[in-house]
Design a protein around this ligand. Structure first.
Ligand code: 5AD
Ligand code: SF4
Length: 453
């Protein structure tokens, strides 16, 4: 998914505005929060800028999911305080939530700390910091964030909307239940209103976001119904959602992927991100996933039964504590069997405060690296094979902007594959944000190349 923060810059920065630099790390929910942060600070006279140099306020919208993400935060802090010595430095996001006031001790230049559920309070925190005091707020005020933030500005033809936050599943490796709090769903009326506002600004594609997006539930409306409501908003042509949990994949959601003649949702795109994490039941049990490999594969088979061409994506963790070579081989077998369009795979990273960090038999880093490379090779082969099947087909592409190569535009296919294409004599500027037919001439490892019809 493209990050649209930079796009917002072009329409911002009026004369005399203070300069706000935001860096979002990690997941798409953080990207969404980053965009809303920029919208939030606009009425306070802050315009988003692309370069940290000369910024008045620098916000690091952080991720805590793996150790590497934390390391990046502290190296960036060192860099940013040099690049913008006069700026107020603020750490938001999941590391802000998890480490709280410890961040002030680790980096004294930081003046503000907040978490993912308190971004709406940044103006108050900033006032305090401008008075020379350290300001911190890591509360979990349910839904206040969504009530207090302004209607989002749209920065392209495709937009994210967070519909559900937090997680009650407590997988033993994961910090999310601690950093984003308990599962909560936003009222469906608020979500539809937000989508209407985005559609009025030209947005055609909505990606509904949640840590457990398919656990969405508000006043009897589940995710399948919400996808219908969102798809029915005039102007919305495509609906996607991410990230799902195998145990919340309900029959009505599976049925929504069917062709329209069979009662499916014609706006729902054929792409399903369903993490499995490991291909062995013993590892899944140690991870507290509460599902088996067989139940996961049954869910995938059920989706494919109604929509055979659906693109399946997923997440994997290798080197979970105690993972034997045999257990790892089972993960490889699942990856090969499913044939993912592209899955995210990670070496296990022990996170302080999570149960798995305390488990015996931690896997050494060399083994983790070797296993990760082996898994990635299997996943890459699946991606290339998935891309290849579209050669010769004409696909509807949502145009995002210019491609790297001159004379080409880039966009996304229904299966969410990046497509670069030539556009003949058409005006490229007029095509941005439109759905256009593109005939695919060849595929690369993870993208498609074609020609607009
Ligand atoms: N180590 C490695 N990967 C992790 N993930 C979550 N926690 C960890 C961890 N401690 C991965 C999972 C999850 C994705 C967002 O990040 O695969 O689905
Ligand atoms: Fe983390 Fe598991 Fe919740 Fe996903 S379902 S956010 S991996 S605890």
């Amino acid at each position: 998914m493209p990050i649209r923060i930079a796009d917002a810059v072009t329409e911002a920065a009026p004369q005399g505005a203070k300069r706000l630099f935001v860096k979002s790390y990690g997941c798409q929910m953080n990207v969404y929060d980053g965009i809303r942060l920029a919208d939030l600070m606009k009425p306070h006279g802050y315009a988003l800028v692309e370069e940290v140099e000369g910024a008045d306020l620098v916000v690091l919208n952080t991720c805590h999911i793996r150790e590497k993400a934390d390391d990046k935060l502290f190296s960036d802090l060192g860099r940013f305080k040099k690049a913008a010595p006069q700026a107020i430095l603020a750490v938001g996001g999941c590391t802000g939530q998890a480490l709280g006031a410890k961040i002030f001790q680790q980096e004294s230049a930081v003046k503000i700390v907040f978490g993912p559920q308190t971004i709406q309070r940044l103006p108050t925190l900033l006032e305090k910091a401008l008075r020379g005091q350290r300001a911190i707020d890591t509360d979990f005020p349910e839904l206040e964030k969504f009530d207090r933030l302004p209607t989002p500005g749209a920065y392209g033809a495709s937009a994210f909307v967070t519909i559900q936050e937090g997680c009650d599943k407590f997988c033993t490796y994961c910090v999310v239940p601690y950093t984003r709090g308990a599962e909560i769903s936003r009222p469906h009326g608020d979500i539809v209103a937000e989508v209407q506002a985005l559609a009025a600004q030209g947005v055609k594609e909505i990606t509904l976001l949640g840590q457990n997006v398919n656990a969405y539930q508000h006043e009897g409306v589940g995710l399948a119904t919400l996808c219908q409501l969102v798809g029915a908003v005039p102007g919305i042509a495509r609906v996607r959602f991410t990230t799902s949990h195998p145990n919340n994949t309900t029959p009505d959601l599976i049925a929504a992927f069917a062709p329209v003649e069979q009662g499916g949702n014609p706006k729902l795109m054929p792409y399903f991100h369903l993490p499995v994490q490991a291909g062995s039941d013993t590892v899944l049990a140690r991870m507290n996933r509460n599902h088996t490999v067989a139940s996961y594969l049954e869910t995938i088979a059920a989706v494919r039964a109604v929509r055979p061409d659906v693109a399946i994506s997923g997440d994997f963790i290798v080197g979970f504590p105690g993972e034997t070579e045999e257990e790892f081989q089972q993960t490889l077998a699942v990856a090969a069997h499913v044939g993912y369009v592209g899955a995210y795979s990670f070496a296990y990273s022990p996170r302080p405060g999570t149960p798995a960090a305390e488990l015996p038999d931690q896997v050494d880093e060399v083994t983790k690296k070797t296993r990760l490379a082996a898994l990635q090779a299997v996943l890459d082969a699946g991606t290339a094979a998935f891309c290849e099947r579209f050669v010769g087909q004409t696909l509807e592409v949502l145009v995002e902007g210019p491609a790297k190569d001159a004379g080409q535009l880039r966009g996304r296919s229904p299966h969410n594959l990046p497509v670069n294409f030539t556009y003949g004599a058409a005006d490229p500027v007029a095509l941005v944000g439109q759905l256009v037919p593109v005939t695919i001439r060849r595929s690369t490892q993870r993208s498609l190349v074609g020609k607009m019809e």
